[in-house]
Design a protein around this ligand. Structure first.
Ligand code: SAM
Length: 291
């Protein structure tokens, strides 16, 4: 097997030989810890019939290890200079395809179909660029993909928000949006020393699994808008946030009161006390009142 890319010396040697430095604007922090990569792969439970999508392969440190375990890897990288490196570093592997594009704008469903045709649910594995963690997650979850597991490295603070229990200060809009799509689990805590260059924040690997819950809505964005309204002022009551958004005249108040009663939610509580099911019930009740 070729030499591992994700070691401190090889990573530095590759960057030096191409005259490259990690680019901040693309959130480039390369993994140089093979133990962490092993744990990512264990968390993804990879086997040789898995089709894997990787976001941001960088110089290929994670990509090559994925390729050794999985059937095929499709990696999406925005930085042409990285793609140039990958053409060399990943040349020993015939089951990797690198596509030079922005993950936020590419049609992944279509890309997968073109690359592999009809395939079973894909796994998504990535050491994400931290400056766009949330947009990437939302993009992946809303892309209509058939996926089975996502294992993603992100800044610890975002991981804490994704996995926050109801009622805690980290619990918020992001927690509820994630809960709509996935079962979320914090898998591995990762120190900054596992990367070159070391990011200024701690990191964590999070595992997501698709969720089949009964709260399917036509336009999830509408549900999320309501959640945002409820959390607009965290310290204020749900009632005050709803009035702020929908108006304060008598007719509105009456409708809001009925909707809250219908959803069996106390108007005086704060949004952080509500779980996905509560928001869903409130959403339906407001719709029934034409709000
Ligand atoms: N996978 C490599 C590793 O673990 O060492 C690199 C991870 S680095 C944290 C993030 C990678 O995402 C970089 O290679 C960066 O160029 C790429 N990236 C940043 N923004 C992107 C975007 N919008 N679309 C695709 N890739 C992007």
């Amino acid at each position: 097997e070729p030499l591992d890319i994700a070691t401190p010396t090889r990573t530095q040697a590759i960057l030096t030989s191409y005259g490259l430095r990690a680019k901040k604007k693309f959130g480039q922090n390369f993994l140089t810890d093979l133990n962490i990569i092993d744990r990512i792969i264990d968390t993804a439970d990879l086997s040789d019939d898995d089709y894997v999508i990787e976001i941001g392969p960088g110089i290929g440190g994670l990509t090559e290890q994925l390729a050794r375990q999985a059937k095929a890897v499709l990696a999406v990288e925005i930085d042409p200079e990285m793609v140039r490196v990958l053409n060399d570093t990943l040349s020993p592997y015939d089951n990797i395809t690198v596509i030079e594009t922005d993950v936020l704008t590419v049609d992944l469903k279509n890309t997968i179909q073109k690359q592999w045709g009809q395939v079973p649910a894909v796994k998504i594995v990535a050491n994400l660029p931290y400056y766009i963690t949330t947009p990437i997650l939302m993009q992946l979850l809303q892309a209509g993909l058939s996926w089975d597991t996502m294992v993603v490295m992100m800044q610890r603070e975002v991981a804490d928000r994704l996995t926050a229990p109801v009622g805690t200060k980290e619990y918020g809009v992001l927690t509820v949006m994630m809960a709509y799509y996935a079962q979320v689990q914090l898998a591995v805590k990762v120190p900054a020393t596992a990367f070159n260059p070391a990011p200024r924040v701690d990191s964590a690997v999070v595992r997501l699994q698709p969720k089949n819950h009964p709260y399917q809505v036509q336009q999830p964005k509408e549900l999320f808008n309501l959640v945002k309204i409820c959390f607009a002022h965290r310290r204020k009551s749900l009632w005050n946030n709803l009035l702020q958004a929908f108006g304060k005249d008598a007719e509105v108040k009456e409708k809001l009161t009925s909707a809250l009663a219908e959803a069996t939610i106390e108007p005086g509580i704060r949004a952080e006390r509500l779980d996905l099911e509560n928001f869903y019930q409130l959403f339906l009740a407001l719709k029934a009142q034409n709000i």
